[in-house]
Write a protein that binds this ligand. Structure first.
Ligand code: NAP
Ligand code: ZN
Ligand code: ZN
Length: 346
């Protein structure tokens, strides 16, 4: 066993604090990764604060992991020491069900094994990326291409793939009109990726405070949802809307912005249930959908796509001691646009 420094949540209300955790000995197919950077996803906050149901404490969250391979097990074929690698939201799945066979491990019928808050094959609780190192089976380790710096790559492992997957699934591209609700960690990646895919991109943010940034990142249009005119002006004008908001919003108002056959995909995962009026969907054959991260092959495809186009996340690198402050800033929508923890400071 390897003892590593980490930051853990010990209850829903206490600040995260330094601790140590054990990583398992290397199995034949395992990869030991020295973590260099770990992104702060809003899901970490929902989990640390038991907003999605009771969390088992202590928990080390973090599922946007970028680092370098230190050592590999004897039967590992895909990686060697020194490789630049990443780990996202899953560390394993059953690999046998219909969904796993299709490369949709995130929808494993037996439940994928979360990077934190799950139970690994050895029965031990999984602990995530706010730590110096992690051991992961090679099939759930991603290769980070040379074209992306490790700090800017970390958020791609969750924020990147969570927006790339629905953009691809619902065919964002030339001629399609895509709107992104909320320009935080996921939202700013959705803007960059949809723009890179050739779509016409609109940001729907609470205010115009981040307008300059949105346009610089690739948005063609930027509107404040605090302005009621936004909802009349843009009625019926989008083919695809990606909702990245971490809180409950008035979905009916946004559904009316969809054109005929348009789809609103919810990736935001608020604590409280969302409601939809049937008459927001019926008059224009609209769809309301959800999407969760992406499969392993698709995550690699996304990383390669980003490297070819020079896309990384917009980040603010912080030392571990600033995690709790960063949480407060994320909650205040004051993130530009992803906090990334320097793992040398754990
Ligand atoms: P984030 O950085 O906090 O971004 C959320 C953005 O939503 C904020 O920056 C803000 O943008 C907007 N917003 C926040 N509160 C709002 C409110 N009350 N009303 C309207 N807009 C509001 O969070 P994130 O890390 O991108 O994660 C977003 C959500 O996606 C979280 O719920 C997270 O758990 C979930 N998630 C889901 C998946 C998945 O697989 N489906 C994966 C990762 C994360 P503006 O300031 O521009 O309005
Ligand atoms: Zn996440
Ligand atoms: Zn499965």
């Amino acid at each position: 066993m390897l003892t590593v420094k980490a930051y853990a949540a010990t209850s829903a209300t206490e600040p995260l604090a330094p601790t140590t955790i054990e990583r398992r000995d290397l199995g034949p197919h395992d990869v030991l990764i020295d973590i260099r950077y770990s992104g702060i996803c809003h899901s970490d906050i929902h989990t640390a604060r038991s907003e999605w149901g009771p969390t088992t404490y202590p928990i080390v969250v973090g599922h946007e992991i970028a680092g370098v391979v230190r050592e590999v097990g004897p039967e590992v074929t895909k990686f060697t020491a020194g490789d630049r690698v990443g780990v996202g939201c899953m560390v394993d799945s059953c690999r046998e069900c219909d969904n796993c066979r299709k490369g949709l491990e995130q929808y494993c019928l037996n439940g994928n094994i979360g990077t934190y808050g799950g139970f690994d094959r050895d029965g031990q609780p999984t602990q995530g990326g706010y730590a110096q190192a992690i051991v992961v089976t090679e099939d759930f380790v991603l290769r980070i291409p040379d074209g992306i710096e490790l700090d800017a790559a970390a958020p791609l492992l969750c924020a990147g793939i969570t927006t790339y997957s629905p953009l691809r699934h619902w065919n964002a591209g030339p001629g399609s009109r895509v709107a992104v609700i909320g320009m935080g960690g996921l939202g700013h990646m959705a803007v960059k990726l949809a723009h890179a895919m050739g779509a016409e991109v609109t940001v729907l943010s609470q205010s115009l405070k981040k307008r300059e940034d949105g346009l610089r990142l690739g948005a063609d249009h930027y509107h404040a949802t605090s302005d009621e005119e936004t909802f009349t002006k843009l009625a019926g004008s989008f083919d695809l809307i990606i909702n990245t908001v971490s809180a409950k919003i008035d979905l009916d108002a946004y559904l009316r912005l969809l054109a005929v056959d348009g789809t609103l995909v919810n990736v935001g995962a608020p604590e409280d249930p969302l409601s939809v009026h049937a008459f927001s969907l019926i008059p224009a054959r609209r769809s309301f959908a959800g999407s969760m991260i992406g499969g392993i092959a698709e995550t690699q495809e996304m990383l390669d796509f980003c490297a070819e186009r020079g896309i990384g996340a917009e980040i603010e690198v912080i030392p571990a001691e600033k995690i709790n402050q960063a949480y407060e800033r994320v909650l205040a929508s004051d993130v530009r646009y992803r906090f990334v923890i320097d793992a040398s400071t754990f």
